[in-house]
Design a protein around this ligand. Sequence first.
Ligand code: OGA
Ligand code: MN
Length: 236
Amino acid sequence: MRALFTVCKRLSEKAFVGPSPIPSWVPRRPRSAGGVPACNPAARRLVFSPLSEVLEKLRGQVEVRENFISEEEERALLRELEPGLKKKRYEFDHWDDAIHGYRETERLRWGPECEAVLERIRSAAFPQGSQLLGPVHVLDLDQKGYIKAHIDSVKFCGSTIAGVSLLSDSVMRLVSEDKVEHWADLLLLRRSLYIIRDRARYKFTHEVLKDEDSFFLGERIPRERRISVICRNLPT
Ligand code: OGA
Ligand code: MN
């Protein structure tokens, strides 16, 4: 599996074209199963692009659901993951790697509480009967760690990537492969779920910004150590 994640991660780094000074707000997608109610007037915007055509292109292919898991569920995941992760060292020195300052693992069998969370992620992200990658990918980013722009391997990973963020808020940036000025930022709050699928997954790179670049709509989003729990489907 290690080889899979190695190839899953890396590719096509892109120069970043900075945020436009004229922000526009993106309507929130309503939440469904597992999230908090859809009609929450105080809800924060979680996806932003200055270009409406980019939002149009990403419509239905990018979702961020705030509070997808509870604090108790986050603790349960951490209880299960920490012992294994702590035995590994963060890797910083692979200059050609898409990820900087990370350790990772994969996990096939989970305790019942975690399994229930994973099942919720799967039913939110994948159509019923999808063939999923068996082991769940767990990526632990150090406070100084970050993920450079890349597209997951099309050979090993299917059309959809779904991840829950633990321990820290962060900003994920999508940049069009064809036009670097076509970009969108996702605010990934701690305990939220993101889903990227189809064109958003194949035609846009994704990256997780390093602490000093971590802003969403001009607001500083401090990056602490962050663990993501990522489910993927298999290519068809
Ligand atoms: C990856 C990746 C995103 C995340 O491992 O390929 O893009 O949320 N991870 O950690
Ligand atoms: Mn990726």
